[in-house]
Design a protein around this ligand. Structure first.
Ligand SMILES: Cc1cc2nc3c(=O)[nH]c(=O)nc-3n(C[C@H](O)[C@H](O)[C@H](O)COP(=O)(O)OP(=O)(O)OC[C@H]3O[C@@H](n4cnc5c(N)ncnc54)[C@H](O)[C@@H]3O)c2cc1C
Ligand SMILES: NC(=O)c1ccc[n+]([C@@H]2O[C@H](COP(=O)([O-])OP(=O)(O)OC[C@H]3O[C@@H](n4cnc5c(N)ncnc54)[C@H](O)[C@@H]3O)[C@@H](O)[C@H]2O)c1
Length: 555
């Protein structure tokens, strides 16, 4: 959207938009000749944010005036991030939630899983006699109270849910309870059983309806012996032997929890390697550190075709077939099975047909600015989709960042989120983290675009802080362009890798080059020196650092 000055107030205002969102008039006076669906907006700066002083629209079912500047459907972390940023910009904002504020992350995802992982980390340390002995510590055998561990996860979720709700209420976001359905452009129905439907209109609408566990056909969930992460997070029991179907983020994190609490784990992975989404070198190291020394075995290249819950004294049975040939491979009998085979977008019943949007495998198609695309690939005016529902990057902070990016655009400031700068982390012990491209992806890009890719690595073994902690297993890997020093990807496995990655992801976001970042200073002794050493070991073409040298002192 282009900004020009309002004829009366002199303050910035959006130019007029045609139905497909293109600017058609730059002059206020030419409105009368506009297409039927033309919106005139004039913005007045008030205080720190923008406040709309005039809104008018006409034509084809679109409202004449709006109850809200922004309506968000779904109060997960994506919706929450968008709502807070919207009110900060002075936009009148409503958020519609059909279930529980906080969505997946707070209630059934990041938050409770990290509470369980905090316990698994401590259990692991307290059970590691060799490690404790090296530090000179003696403890009696560690044990745990399952219900108390489960309560810790549940209490944390309640606390964070309360924080999220209060933050929105205190800033003036209207929280509407009910199921949101698009009934027309810029018009949303909020439906709640036992209450009359409420129709609300918004100049801009953001879909943030998230995702639910994907369960492949043939797998029967009973919630007790065959379950998804939704059930597993309640920690109702700790099976002696559990099969985890899928070795992605959820599978890996739960293998860390279950083995620390005493279970034996069998992974079933459809692809030819465990953790197929990670940089292959880090994946191999993860297997050496997180899988091989633990009570974990695995079947790779096989699909769990049929899973039957335990019944009448019979165990859970899992029929495996070869992924490529689909021929039967094996039958496993275990105490329980956790299905961690990805997540499906939660977009049914949203009324997308009323705005001509056709989902792709359930995901809502969007462009790089999160603007929703219709069946013909055109932008649907004033409609955005963020978070898991668009499938771009199924991470909590990605959902929130997309929400903030959308609000920036709504406020008239062009914004495109660089997804390569969004970090990801797997909270195992030790952790794995990454940002940008994997080595194979970077090499493919280099070949296509004709540049040389360089890789350097540093080990945690030489890091003083890691050695002091007696936790020096780990590696950091930098992938960069030799000619320009552009950082293409960073991957870390080691103590606090999830915290360490931000220096690299911020460098990508701000386009800081290797030849510049290598002159930044890191406190000693800290784990961050692993990255310091990594950047310093990189050799970049003939580029001089951009950092300015101090002028000689005048005497
Ligand atoms: C076990 C697990 C662990 C995870 N750990 C991490 C982690 O450590 N770090 C990380 O970054 N990510 C993690 N994730 C992923 C993260 O939870 C999701 O990426 C994130 O929650 C997506 O946010 P969202 O706002 O898009 O959707 P959600 O959080 O799913 O929220 C969507 C909300 O919309 C509501 N809704 C849906 N339809 C409607 C409707 N029609 N009307 C009204 N309301 C509606 C839902 O009730 C829900 O509250 C984890 C996921 C799982 C399952
Ligand atoms: N720490 C985190 O950031 C974190 C933690 C948990 C979840 N998440 C998010 O949640 C999403 C879902 O996680 P996930 O682990 O379920 O999905 P995933 O996509 O990470 O991994 C799913 C795995 O299951 C395998 N698979 C699929 N169908 C199979 C079958 N029938 N038999 C055997 N294997 C099969 C796939 O090959 C893949 O390796 C992820 O996209 C992730 O971004 C993030």
């Amino acid at each position: 959207l282009s900004l020009s000055s309002c004829k009366w107030t002199g303050s910035p205002r959006l130019s007029h938009l045609d139905f497909s969102g293109h600017a058609v008039h730059r002059s206020w006076n030419s409105c009368s000749v506009c297409f039927p669906v033309v919106k005139k907006q004039c913005w007045q700066r008030r205080g720190k944010g923008f406040k709309r002083s005039f809104v008018e629209a006409s034509g084809n079912g679109a409202p004449q005036s709006f109850d809200y500047d922004v309506i968000i459907i779904g109060a997960g972390v994506g919706g929450h991030g968008a709502a807070l940023h919207a009110v900060e910009q002075g936009l009148k904002t409503a958020i519609i939630e059909g279930d529980t504020v906080g969505g997946t992350c707070v209630n059934r995802g990041c938050v409770p899983s990290k509470a369980l992982l905090a316990v698994s980390g401590r259990m692991r340390e307290l059970q590691d006699e060799h490690h404790l002995k090296a530090l000179g510590i003696q403890v009696a055998a560690a044990s745990y109270d399952r219900q108390a561990v489960a309560d810790h996860a549940n209490n944390l979720a309640s606390k964070i849910r309360g924080n999220l709700t209060n933050s929105m209420k205190s800033l003036g976001v209207d929280i509407l309870n009910g199921i949101g359905t698009l009934v027309a452009p810029q018009k949303v129905k909020c439906g709640k059983i036992g209450y009359p439907d409420k129709i609300v209109t918004g100049r801009d609408v953001i879909i943030a309806t998230g995702s639910i566990p994907f369960v492949p056909p043939g797998i029967e969930i009973d919630g007790k012996t065959v379950f998804t992460s939704d059930h597993a997070l309640k920690l109702e029991w700790v099976p002696d032997w559990i099969a985890i179907i899928g070795s992605g983020y959820i599978g890996l994190e739960f293998s860390d929890v279950y083995t620390a609490l005493g279970s034996e784990v069998t992974f079933v992975e459809a692809l030819d390697q465990l953790m197929p989404g990670f940089d292959p070198e880090l994946g191999k190291l993860a297997q050496r550190v997180l899988i091989n020394p633990r009570k974990i075995d695995y079947h790779i290249g096989v699909l769990a075709k049929k899973i039957t819950p335990a019944k009448n004294g019979r165990p859970v049975t899992i029929e495996l077939v070869d992924t490529k040939t689909r021929k039967p491979k094996d039958v496993l009998e275990v105490d329980a099975a956790l299905i961690a085979t990805g997540r499906a977008p939660f977009t049914k019943g949203l009324g997308l047909e009323n705005v001509d949007v056709v989902t792709q495998r359930g995901f809502i198609p969007v462009d790089e600015c999160m603007r929703v695309l219709d069946g013909d690939g055109n932008k649907v005016p004033h409609l955005f989709c963020i978070g898991d529902a668009n499938g771009k990057m199924m991470l909590a902070h990605a959902a929130s960042a997309q929400g903030i990016s959308v609000i920036e655009q709504i406020a008239g400031r062009p914004n495109v989120l660089n997804h390569l700068s969004v970090p990801a982390a797997c909270f195992t012990h030790p952790e794995i983290s990454m940002t940008g491209l994997t080595e194979p992806q970077a090499r493919a890009k280099g070949e296509e675009e004709g540049f040389i890719v360089k890789v350097v690595k540093t080990s945690f073994k030489a890091n003083t802080k890691a050695l002091a902690e007696n936790e020096s297993e780990g590696l950091a890997k930098l992938i960069y362009r030799e000619d320009t020093g552009e950082i293409l990807g960073v991957h870390i496995l080691g103590l606090h890798a999830a915290d360490l990655i931000h220096e690299a992801s911020n460098a990508i976001a701000l386009d800081t080059r290797v030849q510049d970042i290598k002159f930044t200073v890191h406190a000693h002794p800290t784990l961050s020196e692993v990255l310091d050493e990594l950047f310093k070991s990189a050799k970049v073409g003939n580029h001089a650092p951009v950092i300015k040298k101090a002028e000689p002192l005048a005497v």
